[in-house]
Design a protein around this ligand. Structure first.
Ligand code: CP
Length: 315
């Protein structure tokens, strides 16, 4: 695999899920595969889980790892061509990327949506520049529009916890004080639909996701109907996608917070969230601390997901 930015880069999703089981059972079986290979992880944005889990996955495969935080200790990067560079950015990304490519065998990139221009964000400018100019295989550690390593871990977790062969999954918007990208929600929807599971998405009016990511899902604005009979509740906040309100927070209505009353409408559903999570905004203390909450095993599966992807890129 030369690049991994979405579920469509996998040759086969069922095969990837089968590999995940093998990796989980025998995490050190391929520790010679990464010998003398170097992973460079480039972060334009903060991270806890992605940083640690991807690094752990690489170490399990015997790789060396270099981590670069662009905003801490690196030169500030200009990302647009044609700019007269007389400001505070001394290096252009078009030199920086191929230089980074000289020092490693694989590159992981995290570059969130800026939420200023929908067109800029949805063309994934930074990730695509890495793919074009690095000269090495590139994978997404969360781009502007997708978070595929998270979604892969989410699906691995659903496979582990499902009680029926075809569980019904709910993706619910929940309030947050800040404007967040749509990447996790887009990606989760894409992976669940690709897996062939029934997906219900609920959110306040105005928070509709890009149609390309939700085609095949049921959009349900009635919260009680949305929760009814589902097996998994996946909560996430996102800002507005549609029109000139792109990137805006319309409201932080805590009637959308996942609480015990809503969870009672489900079929004893498990609660999931990618973390970090704002307690008592996204989900109540009571729900996230309940036995139904599987956020920690979900985070643990980030190592498994990353290891399957790295393995495929090393072959
Ligand atoms: N879920 C997730 O990607 O966490 P981090 O932002 O901490 O990496």
């Amino acid at each position: 695999m030369q690049q991994f930015t979405s579920v469509y880069d996998l040759r086969s999703l069922p095969a990837a899920l089968a590999q995940a089981k093998e990796v989980k059972a025998r995490p050190f079986a391929d520790r010679r595969l990464g010998e003398n290979k170097t992973l460079l992880m480039v972060f334009f944005n903060a991270s806890l889980r992605t940083r640690l889990s991807t690094q752990k996955a690489a170490l399990n495969l015997g790789m060396n790892v270099i981590v670069l935080d662009i905003n801490q200790g690196a030169w500030k990067l200009e990302t647009e061509r044609g700019v007269v560079m007389d400001g505070d950015k001394p290096e252009h990304i078009l030199e920086a990327i191929p230089v980074m490519g000289c020092y490693c065998d694989l590159i992981g990139v995290r570059a969130f949506a800026g939420l200023h221009s929908r067109d800029d964000d949805y063309r994934e400018a930074i990730l695509n520049q890495f793919i074009r100019y690095a000269g090495k295989p590139v994978f997404s550690m969360e781009g502007a529009t997708r978070h595929p390593l998270q979604s892969f871990a989410d699906l691995i977790t659903i496979e582990e916890y499902k009680r029926t062969p075809a569980p019904k999954v709910l993706l619910t918007w929940a309030p947050h004080p800040n404007a967040l990208p749509q990447a996790v929600a887009n990606s989760f929807s894409e992976w669940i639909l690709k897996a062939g599971y029934e997906l219900v998405i609920t959110h306040p009016e105005g928070y509709e996701l890009a149609p390309a990511f939700v085609e095949g899902a049921t959009i349900e604005y009635d919260v009680e109907k949305a929760y009814s009979g589902v097996d998994f509740v996946y909560a996430k906040n996102w800002s507005v996608y549609a029109g000139d309100q792109y990137g805006k927070v319309l409201h932080t209505d805590r009637r959308w917070t996942v609480d015990r009353r809503k969870m009672a409408l489900t079929r004893d559903a498990f609660f999931m969230h990618c973390l970090p999570v704002r307690r008592n905004m996204i989900v109540t203390d009571e729900v996230i601390e309940s036995p139904a909450s599987i956020v920690i095993p979900e985070a643990a599966n980030r190592v498994v997901a990353a290891q399957v992807v790295l393995k495929s890129m090393l072959w």
